[in-house]
Write a protein that binds this ligand. Structure first.
Ligand code: ATP
Ligand code: MG
Length: 140
């Protein structure tokens, strides 16, 4: 297993409910280190650009507007197998399908408002980290 970095976003439904610390605790308990982190409020244009891969999906406009509806915390998580490990800690996209103890099981309210985003592969992790952070902001 290699040390990897992955892009994580704590979504507006979770920042609104003051869950940043509880979610970060889940990452740290799983051995993931937060090596970069900032709280920002995306414009709809920025949110749409980030989720451009989903632009033809029926839920695209809802997703874009939700991601711009309040502050998000964007972060880089580092650790052994971090991309897969983070997705395990997050749980399934739909909280109804998420395993007990996962972030989405405990905190998400719906398939759209599902509290966290995580990169799904090494290439997307690299692109997504570069979307939000410069090299100087990554402190391992
Ligand atoms: P993410 O990319 O946010 O980590 P994911 O990889 O588990 O989540 P994707 O299939 O990439 O899921 O979908 C991206 C996001 O789009 C989901 O996290 C969710 O917020 C939203 N989404 C997915 N399916 C639906 C749906 N049917 N209705 C509304 N929103 C949806
Ligand atoms: Mg995804």
């Amino acid at each position: 297993m290699a040390v990897e970095r992955t892009l994580s976003i704590i979504k507006p439904d979770a920042t609104k409910r003051n869950l940043t610390g509880k979610i970060n605790q889940k990452f740290e308990d799983a051995g993931l280190r937060i090596v970069a982190q900032k709280r920002i409020h995306l414009t709809p244009e920025q949110a749409g650009k980030f989720y451009e891969v989903h632009k033809d999906r029926p839920f695209f406009a809802e997703l874009r507007d939700f991601m711009a509806s309040g502050p998000v915390v964007v972060q880089v998580l580092e650790g052994e197998n971090a991309i897969t490990k983070n997705r395990e800690v997050m749980g399934a996209t739909n909280p109804a399908d998420a395993a007990p103890g996962t972030i989405r099981k405990e905190f998400a309210t719906s398939v759209g408002e599902n509290s966290v985003h995580g990169s799904d592969a090494p290439e997307t992790a690299r692109e997504e980290i570069a979307f939000f952070f410069s090299g100087l902001e990554l402190v391992g």
